[in-house]
Design a protein around this ligand. Structure first.
Ligand code: SF4
Length: 892
């Protein structure tokens, strides 16, 4: 802090691949204020709800602060030696293939670089894979097949400059909110920008689109094969480009030829008129960008579907020019950095290839290493299969939580429980993977570590420490370097993080001369001060010559003949089960949570948008399965069963359900959805098909439903079903049980940890409410019923810690002088659905008018689509909703 006050530190958001710049300002009271960085090219000052709430996630309450060996506190020396001994012994006794690292797109590039160097160059196996395998490996494979390198050809600006934006398999509004806001701003300035959203279900993104194609799950490939056929038949082939810069067009066109619009309609279950409209729009629009994400990648057809998309751009020459090209958006903050640095089991550092002897020689020379792995290691699903089979004797998991996030998560959880040695580096003291750790290593967290990350448009940004590292936590690169030295390896004597970046930048230019896309030689040799001051910069940045903003407008691909490749994409209709497991499970993110909620789950601001796990289900499927809105339902298949809340909505496609990925055993009972995802992978990329599990759904037969707010954490296990959310003054918990307690009062006392509760009972309706008061203030409340509890949750949560209006609390209503805001829609200003509806009824007839009246939607903008939907709802008959009951989905 200087005389002018605390100093803001420019860093980068640790969540999605948009890679927004953040200004973090530590305050004298220990708080951290967060603002968007106005000069960062990704966001120009914007942040979404998650980014804006980062200041609520940096306290130390849930942190791992000391190493642990077998659950007991240990010194760093003992912990690091134990890791080094375990790995050395496994290598000596069983060979290098018996050890593995499973790392993460949350790691910084420098961490990734050291992990990759240690495993591939010194241990001598490529058994290092990353959780990015689960989100974008199919894009990598598609890029490499078509371009010869994992190159993203365009930039975010292309999305704004396009005349036609196709969003396929991407809920951009929720998963990449700031990029979506940029697109929305561009559309407002230039209404002729047409947006097409291709998604089986209606989302905040499809709401904003001019055209929504609600296709059958996993039928994107024939849709794009049909587009290729249409474009060719319409004479849109860029003859010179195809002739001079590509190969394989004939084969790809021949494979796509059967896909007439009628056939595509039959396969996708879309009306043929809608398909023709889509095809005609693409035909007429030169400036077309196709944005795709997990809806494409997370499929056993992922790589082929990526190539089916790229084929349409190669055919038309719409690539590498302003406003045109295929564009993959990455899920994690440093998924791109991990790809660049070789964090995947089948890649070498700096976009070099494991199977290429010349590339291996470059890397080995640079690392001065005894070896370099010469064949791909185990990809994520195979890696955990090998753990389960006992082939992996020592595993090191860094900054990720595979017990929750891997397919067949229950089996992975069991496999981790029996591995001979498991090291886990993490920032939190408790998660579902850490419970199996032999050694737990406390890593420095987002605000405490330095390094770089790369976002979806190839912009490298600095992540800067703005808080002192607490206690004895250490950055991941330092932990790994120390273990490497203890294993007897040279080459890991880094004194500071900029030394690693320098080594990496030098490797990128070694023997390159423009033959490889990834060249940041222009950043080699930075001093510590230069590195600290490094501004966001897009690669490539060669030492000499002009940097390239976009790739491939003039060909110059990175294949041996420098030509782009059309890839034929044959397709067979996937087997859809009939009978018991007849619904298709789609998994994904919700707006205000991130991964397994170890950070966003700490932020009260983010807790009340969707505070519990749910299954979106179409009303017909709900009826056919005897499911009522807000029931607790079991979703199951041969891999397991989960319990979630039913969210009945016509926005879901018939025959499909959607369940979010975020809920773990740490905050809920039995809601880890990845239990149900089979370990089926794309044969090219190894990416799991996380959006196409077959499941059945049924009421879970709950006899008791409950809602509770209380100071502090609830006692667990509470009930057969529960989900805990963080409030400013405590927690709120949804729960349900198959058994009705004999004595509801005793039950409520046990839940609240307090006797002498104020109580109210309605025997006829079988409802009970209880309030705990201390010194005139509400310290807790419990609502029990034999059907889903209908109370004003947001108002009750806000009442916690406040002077108690006992009558209102027991009635489950807000005090008379405070209206019920309803489910939170705008996280930034904590504006609820009821408040917004009241403003609409009072005349606010546009999102901007609601913003003027309530500020809702005027900060990050993530909720604007939901506000728009509320405006529409107020003027049309409502769908089946559960606004007053649990999972009080704000604008469903
Ligand atoms: Fe972070 Fe949101 Fe920006 Fe993604 S869009 S980087 S989550 S602020």
């Amino acid at each position: 802090m200087d005389a002018a006050g605390p100093t803001a530190v420019a860093t980068t958001c640790p969540y999605c691949g948009v890679g927004c710049g953040v200004l973090a300002t530590p305050q004298p009271d220990g708080a951290v204020t967060i603002a968007g960085d106005p000069i960062h090219p990704a966001n120009a000052g914007r942040l979404c709800s998650k980014g804006a709430a980062l200041g609520e996630t940096v306290d130390l309450k849930t942190r791992l602060l000391v190493p642990r060996i077998e659950g007991r506190r240990a010194t760093w020396d003992a912990a690091l030696s134990r890791v080094a001994r375990a790995f050395s012994a496994a290598i000596q006794d069983h060979g290098p293939e018996s050890v593995a690292f499973y790392v993460s797109g949350q790691l910084l590039t420098e961490d990734y670089y050291v992990a990759n160097k240690l495993m591939k160059g010194f241990i001598g196996t490529a058994n290092i894979d990353t959780n990015s395998r689960l989100c974008m490996a199919s894009s990598v494979a598609g890029h490499k097949r078509a371009f010869g390198a994992d190159t993203v050809p365009g930039t975010y600006e292309d999305l704004e400059s396009a005349d036609l934006l196709i969003l396929v398999g991407s809920n951009l509004a929720w998963c990449h909110p700031v990029l979506f806001q940029r697109v929305m701003a561009a559309k407002e300035a230039r209404p002729e920008l047409t947006i097409i959203a291709i998604d089986p279900r209606a989302t905040a993104t499809t709401d904003a689109a001019d055209l929504h194609l609600p296709l059958r799950p996993k039928s994107d490939l024939p849709l794009f094969a049909g587009l290729l056929t249409h474009l060719s038949a319409a004479g849109l082939t860029a003859d010179e480009y195809v002739r001079d810069h590509t190969t394989g067009a004939e084969n790809a066109l021949s494979a796509a030829k059967p896909w007439t619009a009628d056939k595509v309609a039959a396969e996708t279950a879309l009306p043929v008129s809608l398909i023709r409209r889509f095809y005609n729009l693409v035909e007429k629009t030169a400036r077309t960008v196709t944005v795709y994400s997990q809806g494409i990648n997370q499929s056993d057809l992922g790589s082929d579907t990526v190539n089916a998309i790229i084929n349409t751009h190669l055919l038309t020459g719409r690539i590498g020019v302003k406003g045109a090209g295929p564009f993959s958006v990455t899920g994690q903050p440093n998924a791109m950095g991990g790809r660049e640095v070789g964090g995947l089991a089948n890649m070498l550092a700096c976009h070099m290839d494991l199977e290429n002897a010349a590339h291996r020689a470059i890397v080995q020379r640079h690392w001065d290493s005894p070896t370099v792995a010469d064949r791909p290691g185990l990809k994520a699903v195979d890696l955990f299969d090998a753990v389960d089979d006992g082939k992996i004797k020592a595993l090191w998991v860094m900054a990720t939580n595979p017990a929750d996030s891997m397919p067949e998560a229950e089996r992975v959880d069991r496999a981790l429980s029996k591995i001979p040695f498991l090291a886990v580096s993490d920032v939190v003291a408790s998660n579902d993977t850490l419970r199996h750790a032999t050694v737990a290593l406390p890593a420095a967290a987002w605000g405490e570590k330095d390094g770089t990350v790369t976002n979806s448009e190839r912009v490298i940004s600095r992540q800067r420490a703005f808080l002192p590292a607490p206690n004895r936590v250490r950055p991941d690169w330092a932990i790994m370097s120390d273990v490497a030295r203890r294993m007897g390896y040279h080459g890991f004597n880094y004194g500071a993080v900029h030394e690693i970046f320098d080594e990496y930048a030098q490797l990128s230019e070694a023997d390159n001369q423009g033959t490889r896309d990834f060249d940041i030689g222009g950043l080699a040799g930075l001093s510590a001060a230069d590195y600290d001051g490094l501004m966001p910069a897009r690669w490539p940045m060669p030492r000499t010559g002009r940097p390239t903003t976009r790739f491939f407008a003039g060909g110059n691909f990175f294949t041996p003949d420098r030509r782009g490749r059309f890839i034929p994409t044959p397709y067979q209709t996937p087997t859809r089960r009939t009978g018991e497991h007849r619904l298709t499970l789609n998994t994904g993110r919700i707006r205000d949570q991130w991964h397994t909620m170890t950070r966003t789950g700490l932020a009260p601001t983010l807790a009340l948008h969707y505070g519990e796990p749910f299954a979106e289900i179409h009303p017909d499927d709900a009826r056919n399965n005897a499911i009522a809105p807000a029931d607790i339902v079991s979703v199951s298949n041969e891999h397991g069963t989960i319990l979630v809340r039913a969210l009945v909505t016509e926005r879901q496609r018939k025959g499909s359900i959607f369940v979010p990925i975020h809920f773990t055993d740490q905050v809920s009972a039995n809601a880890r959805v990845d239990k149900l995802v089979p370990g089926v992978v794309d044969p090219v990329s190894g990416q799991p098909a996380s959006k196409f599990a077959q499941v059945s759904i049924a009421p879970a037969g709950m006899a008791l439903y409950g809602y509770m707010v209380r100071k502090g954490q609830p006692h667990q296990p509470l009930a057969d079903y529960f989900a805990v959310a963080t409030l400013p003054e405590g927690t709120s918990t949804e729960f349900a049980s198959a058994v009705l307690p004999q004595n509801p009062t005793r039950f409520a006392e046990r839940l609240l940890g307090q006797s002498s509760l104020a109580a109210m009972e309605d025997r006829g309706r079988q409802t009970w409410s209880f309030a705990a008061i201390k010194d005139g203030r509400l310290t807790g409340a419990v609502y029990l019923a034999t059907s889903p509890v209908a109370v004003a949750r947001t108002a009750i949560a806000a009442h916690l810690g406040q002077p108690a209006d006992v009558r209102a609390i027991l009635a489950g209503r807000p005090p008379a002088d405070r209206p019920d805001p309803g489910a939170i829609v705008c996280a930034c200003f904590q504006v609820g659905a009821n408040t917004i509806k009241a403003a609409i009824e009072a005349g606010a007839d546009s999102v901007d008018a609601v913003g003027s009246a309530l500020s809702a939607g005027t900060n990050c903008g993530s909720c604007r689509a939901e506000i728009a939907r509320l405006i529409k709802h107020c003027h049309t008959p409502s769908e089946t909703t559960s606004v007053d009951t649990p999972i009080h989905a704000p604008a469903h």
